[in-house]
Design a binder for this molecule. Sequence first.
Ligand code: SAH
Length: 348
Amino acid sequence: MEQLDIKSLYEEELKEKMISLGEKPFKGKQLYQWLHQKAAGSYEKMTNLSEGLRKKLTEQEPLTHLEVVEVQTSKIDGTQKYLFQLADGNVIESVWMQYKHGNSVCISSQVGCRMGCRFCASTIGGLTRNLLPSEMLDQVYRIQELTGERVSNVVVMGTGEPLDNYDNLIRFIRILSDEKGQNISQRNLTVSTCGLVPRIRQLAEEDLTITLALSLHAPNDEKRKELMPIAYKYSLSEVLPACKYYFEKTGRRVTFEYSLVKDENDTPEHAYKLAELLKNMHGHVNLIPVNPIKERKYCRSLNDSVEKFKYILEKKDINVTIRRSMGRDIDAACGQLRRKYEEAKDTF
Ligand code: SAH
């Protein structure tokens, strides 16, 4: 596992750290409060820590801080897409969306991704590295700071496969929802996965109340394999029971994401098969007309096909919504802004 930085530690671990620095444990409590409740970006602000301790921390424990490289704002709905630079020069993207029920942030969990889904821009350059818990937290903290608004919902649906960065994800969730930190309710947190079966089962055991979203995108293994290489590793006969287990253990309904790709997975036959597949899953289907990316030939389903698909599921008593597409006028699909930046850099 990567070395964890100071902003990735739990309060108890910070207390231990303070002891190792020859300080009183309650300094760890104060530091945790500065880092997570007040989301302070530098040690200078931590005025109830002695100057000596602040100096020592500045020298020995560098704080992660995300630098804004670019912000795109949608003229349609105010959605903002942030391109952040990490300490090692890598860039990641996060999205800020305003809904009637509150502000939502979509964060990245890795730099790049190794899952290889065919329609997704985030995976084209492969995986560079995992994000630290602090780098996931900072996406939320920085966006709150930059917008001056409180975030109430967080979705881990940006670049990366969160369950492929499992330990850091769990830390991120526990610190973000800690009442001594930002205290964002776990019920307002969604983690989306392409379907890493053992990890879904492990997540069910963590005693969390987050929502699990499964990227399904096809009603059978054959079609799923065409769109998502992970389907070669885990068949639907393993993925769906794992989702059911998650529901039974946590009482939280699983969301099934289904990106509609024209003529690939959006016909009435696909809808009927999907309804059959999800009959006893107690889940919710989220239909997302695919965001075309320039590297692939996939096209967005026609509105008529989307409506018909939804109608069929409803008739079969499946709970279904069409995801409102936010920020259509900015590079909205996962990883498109980051790819544009990387490509521009490569041409110099
Ligand atoms: N790796 C995780 C989370 C990141 S992707 C996962 O697979 O769930 C978040 C969601 O966006 C997934 O459902 C993914 O399949 C979907 N997605 C990726 N690229 C897309 C695109 N171009 N159009 C529509 N949905 C896309």
